[in-house]
Design a protein around this ligand. Structure first.
Ligand code: PMP
Length: 410
Protein backbone atom coordinates (compact mmCIF):
# COMPACT_ATOMS: atom_id res chain seq x y z
CA UNK A 1 0.00 0.00 0.00
CA UNK A 2 1.68 3.29 -1.05
CA UNK A 3 1.92 6.04 1.56
CA UNK A 4 -0.81 8.71 1.30
CA UNK A 5 0.17 11.80 -0.64
CA UNK A 6 0.16 14.94 1.52
CA UNK A 7 -2.02 17.49 -0.30
CA UNK A 8 -1.48 21.09 0.68
CA UNK A 9 -3.74 22.97 -1.73
CA UNK A 10 -6.57 22.60 -4.19
CA UNK A 11 -6.89 24.85 -7.23
CA UNK A 12 -9.88 24.24 -9.49
CA UNK A 13 -9.51 20.78 -10.94
CA UNK A 14 -6.00 20.37 -9.50
CA UNK A 15 -4.70 19.04 -6.22
CA UNK A 16 -1.23 20.23 -5.25
CA UNK A 17 1.05 18.17 -3.03
CA UNK A 18 3.69 19.23 -0.51
CA UNK A 19 6.39 19.14 -3.22
CA UNK A 20 4.34 21.37 -5.51
CA UNK A 21 3.32 18.53 -7.87
CA UNK A 22 -0.09 19.03 -9.44
CA UNK A 23 -2.63 16.27 -10.01
CA UNK A 24 -5.69 16.72 -12.19
CA UNK A 25 -8.54 15.35 -10.06
CA UNK A 26 -10.41 13.29 -12.68
CA UNK A 27 -12.80 11.73 -10.14
CA UNK A 28 -13.82 14.89 -8.26
CA UNK A 29 -12.29 13.55 -5.02
CA UNK A 30 -14.70 10.65 -4.47
CA UNK A 31 -17.37 12.29 -6.65
CA UNK A 32 -18.00 15.36 -4.52
CA UNK A 33 -16.04 18.32 -5.91
CA UNK A 34 -18.37 19.31 -8.73
CA UNK A 35 -17.06 22.88 -9.18
CA UNK A 36 -13.39 22.16 -8.52
CA UNK A 37 -11.33 22.68 -5.38
CA UNK A 38 -11.15 25.80 -3.20
CA UNK A 39 -13.70 27.64 -5.31
CA UNK A 40 -13.41 31.30 -4.27
CA UNK A 41 -17.16 31.97 -4.51
CA UNK A 42 -18.08 29.06 -2.23
CA UNK A 43 -15.15 29.85 0.09
CA UNK A 44 -16.32 33.46 0.46
CA UNK A 45 -19.89 32.38 1.31
CA UNK A 46 -18.59 29.91 3.92
CA UNK A 47 -16.36 32.63 5.40
CA UNK A 48 -19.24 35.12 5.63
CA UNK A 49 -21.41 32.48 7.26
CA UNK A 50 -18.65 31.56 9.72
CA UNK A 51 -18.55 35.18 10.88
CA UNK A 52 -22.32 35.12 11.42
CA UNK A 53 -23.35 31.71 12.76
CA UNK A 54 -21.15 28.65 12.52
CA UNK A 55 -23.32 26.06 14.28
CA UNK A 56 -26.47 25.78 16.33
CA UNK A 57 -28.46 22.85 17.66
CA UNK A 58 -31.14 22.02 15.07
CA UNK A 59 -33.79 20.94 17.56
CA UNK A 60 -36.08 23.69 18.72
CA UNK A 61 -33.98 26.13 16.68
CA UNK A 62 -33.70 26.87 13.00
CA UNK A 63 -31.63 29.27 10.90
CA UNK A 64 -31.78 31.18 7.66
CA UNK A 65 -29.29 29.13 5.55
CA UNK A 66 -31.20 25.90 6.32
CA UNK A 67 -34.55 27.48 5.47
CA UNK A 68 -33.24 29.13 2.27
CA UNK A 69 -31.59 25.92 1.14
CA UNK A 70 -34.81 23.93 1.61
CA UNK A 71 -36.81 26.61 -0.21
CA UNK A 72 -34.40 26.74 -3.13
CA UNK A 73 -33.80 23.02 -3.44
CA UNK A 74 -37.33 21.62 -3.14
CA UNK A 75 -38.66 23.02 -6.45
CA UNK A 76 -35.59 21.66 -8.26
CA UNK A 77 -36.14 18.08 -7.09
CA UNK A 78 -37.63 15.42 -9.38
CA UNK A 79 -41.24 15.40 -8.20
CA UNK A 80 -43.50 17.23 -5.75
CA UNK A 81 -41.16 17.17 -2.76
CA UNK A 82 -42.31 19.17 0.24
CA UNK A 83 -39.88 18.72 3.14
CA UNK A 84 -36.20 18.16 3.82
CA UNK A 85 -34.60 16.33 6.72
CA UNK A 86 -30.99 17.37 7.27
CA UNK A 87 -28.16 15.11 8.36
CA UNK A 88 -24.45 15.15 7.63
CA UNK A 89 -23.35 12.66 4.96
CA UNK A 90 -24.59 10.24 2.33
CA UNK A 91 -24.88 7.21 4.61
CA UNK A 92 -26.94 9.14 7.15
CA UNK A 93 -29.19 10.48 4.38
CA UNK A 94 -29.86 6.82 3.50
CA UNK A 95 -30.38 5.77 7.15
CA UNK A 96 -32.95 8.53 7.57
CA UNK A 97 -34.75 7.49 4.37
CA UNK A 98 -34.99 3.86 5.50
CA UNK A 99 -36.21 4.82 8.97
CA UNK A 100 -38.72 7.25 7.47
CA UNK A 101 -40.11 4.58 5.12
CA UNK A 102 -40.32 1.79 7.70
CA UNK A 103 -41.77 4.03 10.40
CA UNK A 104 -44.28 5.47 7.93
CA UNK A 105 -45.98 2.05 7.81
CA UNK A 106 -45.62 1.59 11.56
CA UNK A 107 -47.30 4.96 12.11
CA UNK A 108 -50.08 3.84 9.76
CA UNK A 109 -50.76 0.83 11.98
CA UNK A 110 -49.21 -1.57 9.45
CA UNK A 111 -45.97 -2.67 11.14
CA UNK A 112 -45.97 -5.93 9.15
CA UNK A 113 -45.21 -3.86 6.07
CA UNK A 114 -41.50 -3.70 6.83
CA UNK A 115 -39.58 -5.50 4.09
CA UNK A 116 -37.13 -3.58 1.96
CA UNK A 117 -36.28 -4.06 -1.71
CA UNK A 118 -32.87 -3.14 -3.10
CA UNK A 119 -30.65 -4.00 -6.05
CA UNK A 120 -28.05 -6.76 -5.87
CA UNK A 121 -25.06 -4.63 -6.81
CA UNK A 122 -26.19 -1.57 -4.86
CA UNK A 123 -23.95 0.54 -2.65
CA UNK A 124 -25.68 2.91 -0.23
CA UNK A 125 -23.01 3.61 2.39
CA UNK A 126 -20.96 2.12 5.19
CA UNK A 127 -23.23 2.40 8.24
CA UNK A 128 -25.21 -0.69 9.23
CA UNK A 129 -28.57 0.22 7.69
CA UNK A 130 -26.89 1.46 4.53
CA UNK A 131 -24.73 -1.69 4.40
CA UNK A 132 -27.81 -3.86 4.86
CA UNK A 133 -29.46 -2.44 1.73
CA UNK A 134 -26.19 -2.68 -0.22
CA UNK A 135 -25.19 -5.76 -2.16
CA UNK A 136 -23.28 -8.29 -0.13
CA UNK A 137 -19.65 -7.76 -1.11
CA UNK A 138 -16.14 -7.39 0.23
CA UNK A 139 -17.36 -4.20 1.94
CA UNK A 140 -19.93 -6.08 4.00
CA UNK A 141 -18.54 -9.60 4.34
CA UNK A 142 -17.28 -9.31 7.93
CA UNK A 143 -20.71 -8.06 9.01
CA UNK A 144 -23.11 -10.10 6.87
CA UNK A 145 -24.61 -11.88 9.87
CA UNK A 146 -25.31 -8.51 11.56
CA UNK A 147 -27.13 -6.96 8.59
CA UNK A 148 -30.91 -6.97 8.39
CA UNK A 149 -32.73 -8.96 5.76
CA UNK A 150 -33.41 -7.32 2.43
CA UNK A 151 -35.02 -8.66 -0.74
CA UNK A 152 -32.49 -8.17 -3.50
CA UNK A 153 -33.60 -7.66 -7.10
CA UNK A 154 -31.67 -7.94 -10.35
CA UNK A 155 -30.75 -4.57 -11.79
CA UNK A 156 -32.49 -3.51 -15.03
CA UNK A 157 -30.83 -4.28 -18.35
CA UNK A 158 -27.39 -2.71 -18.51
CA UNK A 159 -25.94 0.01 -20.72
CA UNK A 160 -22.77 -0.94 -22.54
CA UNK A 161 -23.46 -4.61 -23.15
CA UNK A 162 -26.34 -6.92 -23.96
CA UNK A 163 -28.28 -8.87 -21.40
CA UNK A 164 -28.48 -12.66 -21.74
CA UNK A 165 -32.00 -13.46 -23.06
CA UNK A 166 -33.10 -15.21 -19.86
CA UNK A 167 -32.33 -12.12 -17.72
CA UNK A 168 -35.57 -10.28 -18.55
CA UNK A 169 -37.62 -13.39 -17.78
CA UNK A 170 -35.82 -13.74 -14.44
CA UNK A 171 -36.59 -10.13 -13.54
CA UNK A 172 -40.26 -10.59 -14.37
CA UNK A 173 -40.41 -13.74 -12.31
CA UNK A 174 -38.79 -12.00 -9.32
CA UNK A 175 -41.46 -9.30 -9.40
CA UNK A 176 -44.31 -11.80 -9.64
CA UNK A 177 -43.06 -13.62 -6.55
CA UNK A 178 -42.64 -10.61 -4.27
CA UNK A 179 -44.68 -10.50 -1.04
CA UNK A 180 -45.91 -7.03 -2.02
CA UNK A 181 -48.24 -6.49 0.93
CA UNK A 182 -45.26 -6.80 3.30
CA UNK A 183 -42.96 -4.46 1.38
CA UNK A 184 -42.34 -1.02 2.90
CA UNK A 185 -39.97 0.49 0.37
CA UNK A 186 -37.61 0.07 -2.54
CA UNK A 187 -34.23 1.84 -2.51
CA UNK A 188 -32.22 2.31 -5.70
CA UNK A 189 -29.42 4.32 -7.27
CA UNK A 190 -31.08 5.68 -10.43
CA UNK A 191 -29.23 5.01 -13.72
CA UNK A 192 -25.75 4.51 -12.24
CA UNK A 193 -24.70 2.21 -9.42
CA UNK A 194 -21.52 3.88 -8.25
CA UNK A 195 -19.34 1.92 -5.85
CA UNK A 196 -20.91 -1.32 -7.13
CA UNK A 197 -18.78 -0.81 -10.24
CA UNK A 198 -20.21 2.20 -12.13
CA UNK A 199 -22.91 -0.10 -13.49
CA UNK A 200 -25.29 1.81 -15.72
CA UNK A 201 -28.77 0.67 -16.64
CA UNK A 202 -31.47 1.83 -19.01
CA UNK A 203 -34.15 4.13 -17.57
CA UNK A 204 -37.02 2.08 -19.08
CA UNK A 205 -36.16 -0.97 -16.97
CA UNK A 206 -36.10 1.02 -13.74
CA UNK A 207 -39.34 2.76 -14.69
CA UNK A 208 -41.09 -0.61 -15.04
CA UNK A 209 -40.04 -1.49 -11.53
CA UNK A 210 -41.05 1.88 -10.14
CA UNK A 211 -44.45 1.51 -11.83
CA UNK A 212 -44.92 -1.87 -10.11
CA UNK A 213 -43.95 -0.35 -6.73
CA UNK A 214 -46.35 2.55 -7.27
CA UNK A 215 -49.16 0.16 -8.04
CA UNK A 216 -48.47 -1.78 -4.85
CA UNK A 217 -48.14 1.31 -2.64
CA UNK A 218 -44.43 0.64 -2.00
CA UNK A 219 -42.44 3.77 -1.12
CA UNK A 220 -39.67 4.55 -3.61
CA UNK A 221 -36.35 5.91 -2.31
CA UNK A 222 -33.92 7.34 -4.86
CA UNK A 223 -30.36 7.40 -3.56
CA UNK A 224 -28.97 10.31 -5.58
CA UNK A 225 -25.98 10.82 -3.31
CA UNK A 226 -23.72 10.29 -6.31
CA UNK A 227 -26.00 10.97 -9.30
CA UNK A 228 -27.46 14.23 -7.99
CA UNK A 229 -26.49 17.78 -8.87
CA UNK A 230 -25.97 17.49 -12.60
CA UNK A 231 -23.77 14.41 -12.85
CA UNK A 232 -26.04 12.67 -15.38
CA UNK A 233 -26.72 15.89 -17.30
CA UNK A 234 -30.07 16.45 -15.68
CA UNK A 235 -30.12 18.10 -12.27
CA UNK A 236 -31.04 14.70 -10.83
CA UNK A 237 -30.89 11.27 -12.48
CA UNK A 238 -34.55 10.73 -11.55
CA UNK A 239 -35.38 13.46 -14.06
CA UNK A 240 -34.63 10.86 -16.79
CA UNK A 241 -37.40 8.65 -15.39
CA UNK A 242 -41.19 8.73 -15.75
CA UNK A 243 -41.77 7.86 -12.11
CA UNK A 244 -40.57 10.17 -9.37
CA UNK A 245 -39.40 8.85 -6.00
CA UNK A 246 -41.23 9.52 -2.70
CA UNK A 247 -37.97 10.07 -0.86
CA UNK A 248 -34.62 11.26 -2.24
CA UNK A 249 -31.19 11.07 -0.57
CA UNK A 250 -28.61 13.75 -1.34
CA UNK A 251 -25.06 14.56 -0.23
CA UNK A 252 -21.64 14.72 -2.00
CA UNK A 253 -22.16 17.46 -4.65
CA UNK A 254 -24.78 19.16 -2.47
CA UNK A 255 -22.18 21.46 -0.89
CA UNK A 256 -20.05 21.49 -4.03
CA UNK A 257 -17.99 18.94 -2.13
CA UNK A 258 -16.72 21.48 0.38
CA UNK A 259 -18.37 20.41 3.65
CA UNK A 260 -20.30 17.36 4.83
CA UNK A 261 -24.09 17.60 4.63
CA UNK A 262 -26.88 15.14 3.94
CA UNK A 263 -30.47 15.71 2.91
CA UNK A 264 -33.39 13.30 2.86
CA UNK A 265 -36.27 15.01 1.11
CA UNK A 266 -39.80 13.60 1.09
CA UNK A 267 -43.26 14.23 -0.25
CA UNK A 268 -45.88 15.82 1.97
CA UNK A 269 -47.89 12.68 2.77
CA UNK A 270 -44.80 11.20 4.44
CA UNK A 271 -44.18 14.29 6.53
CA UNK A 272 -47.84 14.37 7.59
CA UNK A 273 -47.60 10.80 8.87
CA UNK A 274 -45.07 11.94 11.51
CA UNK A 275 -46.47 15.29 12.63
CA UNK A 276 -48.97 14.24 15.26
CA UNK A 277 -49.63 14.75 18.95
CA UNK A 278 -48.61 11.14 19.58
CA UNK A 279 -44.91 11.40 20.51
CA UNK A 280 -44.36 7.78 19.54
CA UNK A 281 -44.98 8.78 15.93
CA UNK A 282 -42.02 11.16 15.88
CA UNK A 283 -39.02 10.36 13.69
CA UNK A 284 -36.47 10.15 16.49
CA UNK A 285 -33.33 10.90 14.56
CA UNK A 286 -30.82 13.73 14.87
CA UNK A 287 -27.10 14.35 14.52
CA UNK A 288 -24.92 16.92 16.27
CA UNK A 289 -24.12 18.64 13.00
CA UNK A 290 -27.57 18.36 11.44
CA UNK A 291 -28.05 21.28 9.03
CA UNK A 292 -24.72 22.88 9.90
CA UNK A 293 -25.04 26.54 8.80
CA UNK A 294 -21.63 26.59 7.07
CA UNK A 295 -22.57 23.53 5.03
CA UNK A 296 -25.96 25.05 4.16
CA UNK A 297 -24.27 28.29 3.04
CA UNK A 298 -21.84 26.26 0.92
CA UNK A 299 -24.79 24.40 -0.65
CA UNK A 300 -26.55 27.65 -1.54
CA UNK A 301 -23.35 28.92 -3.18
CA UNK A 302 -22.88 25.61 -5.00
CA UNK A 303 -26.45 25.82 -6.32
CA UNK A 304 -25.72 29.33 -7.69
CA UNK A 305 -22.81 27.88 -9.67
CA UNK A 306 -24.70 24.76 -10.74
CA UNK A 307 -27.69 26.70 -12.07
CA UNK A 308 -25.52 29.10 -14.07
CA UNK A 309 -26.02 28.31 -17.80
CA UNK A 310 -22.22 28.20 -18.15
CA UNK A 311 -22.21 25.10 -15.95
CA UNK A 312 -24.88 23.44 -18.11
CA UNK A 313 -22.76 24.13 -21.20
CA UNK A 314 -19.70 22.68 -19.50
CA UNK A 315 -21.55 19.49 -18.62
CA UNK A 316 -22.81 19.14 -22.19
CA UNK A 317 -19.25 19.58 -23.47
CA UNK A 318 -17.95 16.92 -21.06
CA UNK A 319 -20.67 14.45 -22.12
CA UNK A 320 -19.90 14.97 -25.81
CA UNK A 321 -16.21 14.42 -25.23
CA UNK A 322 -16.83 11.33 -23.12
CA UNK A 323 -19.01 9.81 -25.89
CA UNK A 324 -16.30 10.51 -28.48
CA UNK A 325 -13.66 8.95 -26.26
CA UNK A 326 -15.82 5.84 -25.90
CA UNK A 327 -15.91 5.62 -29.71
CA UNK A 328 -12.13 5.89 -29.77
CA UNK A 329 -11.83 3.06 -27.27
CA UNK A 330 -14.38 0.92 -29.13
CA UNK A 331 -12.47 1.39 -32.41
CA UNK A 332 -9.14 0.45 -30.84
CA UNK A 333 -7.47 -2.87 -30.16
CA UNK A 334 -7.02 -1.98 -26.50
CA UNK A 335 -7.87 -4.55 -23.80
CA UNK A 336 -11.11 -2.84 -22.74
CA UNK A 337 -14.80 -3.71 -22.83
CA UNK A 338 -18.27 -2.50 -21.77
CA UNK A 339 -17.63 1.18 -22.53
CA UNK A 340 -20.55 3.21 -21.19
CA UNK A 341 -21.45 6.77 -20.49
CA UNK A 342 -24.25 8.55 -18.61
CA UNK A 343 -24.01 12.33 -18.73
CA UNK A 344 -20.58 13.44 -17.56
CA UNK A 345 -19.69 10.00 -16.26
CA UNK A 346 -17.73 7.46 -18.30
CA UNK A 347 -16.68 3.93 -17.35
CA UNK A 348 -15.26 0.77 -18.91
CA UNK A 349 -13.58 -2.42 -17.80
CA UNK A 350 -9.92 -3.09 -18.40
CA UNK A 351 -9.89 -6.75 -19.42
CA UNK A 352 -8.42 -8.89 -16.66
CA UNK A 353 -8.71 -12.55 -15.80
CA UNK A 354 -11.31 -11.71 -13.17
CA UNK A 355 -13.49 -8.60 -12.67
CA UNK A 356 -13.77 -6.97 -9.27
CA UNK A 357 -12.28 -4.86 -6.52
CA UNK A 358 -9.45 -7.22 -5.70
CA UNK A 359 -7.69 -6.56 -8.99
CA UNK A 360 -4.21 -5.13 -8.56
CA UNK A 361 -4.58 -3.31 -11.88
CA UNK A 362 -6.31 -0.48 -10.01
CA UNK A 363 -3.24 0.46 -7.95
CA UNK A 364 -1.07 0.08 -11.04
CA UNK A 365 -3.20 2.48 -13.10
CA UNK A 366 -3.43 4.98 -10.23
CA UNK A 367 0.35 5.04 -9.84
CA UNK A 368 1.03 5.42 -13.56
CA UNK A 369 -1.57 8.19 -13.90
CA UNK A 370 -0.21 10.08 -10.88
CA UNK A 371 3.24 9.99 -12.50
CA UNK A 372 1.67 11.85 -15.42
CA UNK A 373 -0.17 14.32 -13.18
CA UNK A 374 -3.65 12.79 -13.30
CA UNK A 375 -5.57 11.33 -10.37
CA UNK A 376 -7.57 8.22 -11.34
CA UNK A 377 -8.83 5.61 -8.91
CA UNK A 378 -10.34 2.64 -10.72
CA UNK A 379 -12.80 0.42 -8.84
CA UNK A 380 -10.90 -2.82 -9.33
CA UNK A 381 -10.60 -3.16 -13.10
CA UNK A 382 -13.39 -0.62 -13.75
CA UNK A 383 -11.82 2.60 -14.91
CA UNK A 384 -14.09 5.62 -14.71
CA UNK A 385 -13.96 9.36 -15.15
CA UNK A 386 -16.10 11.77 -13.17
CA UNK A 387 -14.40 15.15 -13.58
CA UNK A 388 -15.36 18.43 -11.92
CA UNK A 389 -17.67 20.38 -14.24
CA UNK A 390 -15.12 23.19 -14.63
CA UNK A 391 -12.62 21.00 -16.52
CA UNK A 392 -11.65 22.47 -19.92
CA UNK A 393 -11.49 20.65 -23.26
CA UNK A 394 -7.67 20.55 -23.38
CA UNK A 395 -7.54 19.26 -19.79
CA UNK A 396 -10.00 16.47 -20.52
CA UNK A 397 -8.09 15.63 -23.72
CA UNK A 398 -4.96 15.33 -21.63
CA UNK A 399 -6.71 12.85 -19.29
CA UNK A 400 -7.68 10.74 -22.34
CA UNK A 401 -4.09 10.84 -23.63
CA UNK A 402 -2.82 9.62 -20.28
CA UNK A 403 -5.39 6.80 -20.18
CA UNK A 404 -4.53 5.70 -23.73
CA UNK A 405 -0.82 5.75 -22.96
CA UNK A 406 -1.37 3.61 -19.86
CA UNK A 407 -3.64 1.17 -21.68
CA UNK A 408 -1.25 0.80 -24.63
CA UNK A 409 1.52 0.06 -22.14
CA UNK A 410 -0.35 -2.78 -20.41
N1 PMP B 1 -25.01 6.39 -1.57
C1 PMP B 1 -24.28 6.39 -2.69
C2 PMP B 1 -24.96 6.16 -4.00
C3 PMP B 1 -22.90 6.61 -2.63
O1 PMP B 1 -22.19 6.59 -3.76
C4 PMP B 1 -22.30 6.85 -1.38
C5 PMP B 1 -20.81 7.11 -1.22
N2 PMP B 1 -19.99 6.69 -2.21
C6 PMP B 1 -23.11 6.86 -0.24
C7 PMP B 1 -24.46 6.63 -0.37
C8 PMP B 1 -22.53 7.10 1.12
O2 PMP B 1 -22.12 8.42 1.24
P1 PMP B 1 -21.06 8.85 2.36
O3 PMP B 1 -19.75 8.29 1.91
O4 PMP B 1 -21.10 10.34 2.35
O5 PMP B 1 -21.53 8.27 3.65
Amino acid sequence: MPAPIPITRGEGIYLVDADGRRYLDAISSWWVTIHGHAHPYIAEKIYQQALTLEQVIFAGFTHEPAVSLAERLLPLLPGPFARVFYSDNGSTAVEVALKMAVQYWWNQGQPQRNKILAFKEAYHGDTFGAMSVSGRSIFTQAFNDKLFEVIFLDTPSPLGHEDPPEAAAHRRQQLEQLPWDQVACFIYEPLVQGAGGMRMHRPEGLDLLLAACRQQGVLCIADEVMTGFGRTNQLFASHWLQHSPDIICLSKGLTGGTLPLGITACKDFLYEAFVQDDKLKTLWHGHSFTANPLACAASLASLDLLLDPACTRQRAMISRMQETFLDTLAGSSLPVRNGRCTGTLLAFEVIQEKDGYLNTISADITRKALDKGVFLRPLGNTLYLMPPYCITEPELKYVYEVILEILYGL
